[in-house]
Design a protein around this ligand. Structure first.
Ligand code: SAM
Length: 212
């Protein structure tokens, strides 16, 4: 997600360094203590933060960490999160390429991928957040029952992801090609999801669990 440059974004992210974690590697293995939680979830590519801020409010006993590389966008998410009780939340305003150094092996319960950039040209496939090079990192960071939950509007990205997870021997636990046909009050609607729902487009969703 690209946004016009916001002059306040960089200073705001720095001023709130207790929430926007500049050196996440320091907390590897200690996120549960930091966020005073039992279960730990991350959202990679959290955009303006609607999903993880709403889900954190709905699940105050869980730890929620948003990861967003675009600082102008991350600053909007930070503002949103800081306006609500946020002791069990954090934001990492960096590229998820470094994910493996930020968390200990087995530390995560759930990884959310919501409306990830599709990178349609095959030459950029490695940048997709469901590419095997990311799945190998997710596998190491999730606990044995850990899950990746993906939502997307993009059938090609969905198909690519189903194939990629299958090739990497993940178990497909749930799959839907029209997730919002039924009400799902337990699952917050993201900014992008709302746009596609308003256009009447189906939302694809899948849940994968690590191989046994
Ligand atoms: N998840 C939000 C939603 O559903 O409304 C935003 C979706 S937007 C299409 C994808 C977001 O992922 C963008 O804001 C982009 O900057 C971010 N992103 C893409 N690749 C990323 C990466 N490797 N690390 C961190 N953020 C990333």
């Amino acid at each position: 997600m690209r946004m016009r440059k916001k002059a306040w974004a960089e200073p705001f992210l720095k001023e709130n360094a207790d929430f926007v974690i500049e050196k996440p590697e320091i907390w590897a293995g200690h996120w549960r203590e930091k966020l005073a939680c039992q279960r730990l979830r991350i959202e990679i590519g959290s955009g303006k933060g609607d999903y993880f801020t709403k889900m954190a409010a709905m699940n105050p006993d869980e730890g929620w960490i948003g990861i967003e590389k675009e600082h102008n966008v991350a600053a909007v998410a930070a503002k949103k999160a800081l306006a609500q009780p946020h002791e069990h939340m954090a934001l990492i305003a960096q590229d998820a390429d470094q994910l493996s150094s930020w968390f200990a092996k087995g530390e995560l319960d759930v990884i959310h991928l919501n409306f990830s950039d599709p990178w349609p040209k095959s030459g950029y496939a490695k940048r997709r957040l469901s590419h095997a090079r990311f799945l190998k990192q997710y596998e190491a960071l999730l606990n044995p029952q850990g899950q990746v939950i993906m939502k997307t509007d993009n059938p090609k990205l969905f198909e690519f992801s189903l194939t990629e997870f299958s090739r990497e021997n993940w178990q497909l636990r749930e799959v839907s090609v029209d997730f919002r046909r039924q009400p799902h009050p337990e699952d917050a609607i993201t900014e992008y999801e709302q746009k596609f729902m308003d256009l009447g487009q189906p939302i694809y969703r899948a849940v994968w669990q690590k191989k046994a």
